[in-house]
Design a binder for this molecule. Structure first.
Ligand code: TYD
Length: 139
């Protein structure tokens, strides 16, 4: 599976920890390339569940696994990549029109997601066939 520089974009966070412990700060428009309108987090995963299976028409997000680990599969219609998220020190940027699936959550996984827009169901594409149709229409 290829890893395109465009599809797979990591942001390394500046560690601000000291002898008391670790600290990471993420500033919208600075640490990550968009302003943060929404924060959500996924946790308490049931065994063997997968999530995602959608793309967003416009939404940009950054996913940070602040505890535990999971796998993120990304697909922009041309290239696919499967990434392991297991560090609170870096985030995965997920642009618009990228199909994502999340698998293999560890029981202690906490996945923090920063998004540049409020929740809007009309921004979702939940069918892979429709995702490909929208991509083809954009060409
Ligand atoms: P969804 O994005 O489908 O979850 P996942 O991609 O992790 O499988 O969201 C699940 C449900 O929660 C869906 O009904 C939409 C709702 N939701 C909100 O209301 N606000 C949000 O910010 C998010 C992310 C989801």
């Amino acid at each position: 599976m290829s890893e395109s520089a465009e599809l797979v974009r990591w942001v390394e966070f500046n560690p601000l920890g000291d002898e008391r412990g670790e600290l990471v700060a993420i500033e919208g428009g600075e640490t990550i390339p968009f302003n943060i309108q929404r924060v959500y987090y996924l946790f308490g995963f049931k065994k063997s569940v997968s999530r995602g299976y959608h793309a967003h028409r416009a939404l940009q997000q950054t996913a940070v696994c602040v505890s535990g680990s999971c796998k993120m599969r990304l697909d922009n219609g041309q290239e696919q990549a499967e990434l392991i998220l297991d560090s609170p020190h870096r985030g995965l940027l997920i642009g618009s029109m990228v199909w994502r699936e999340m698998h293999e959550f560890s029981s202690d996984c906490v996945l923090l997601v920063l998004a540049d827009q409020h929740h809007d169901e009309s921004d979702y594409i939940r069918s892979y066939d429709e995702f490909l149709e929208v991509l083809n229409a954009e060409e």
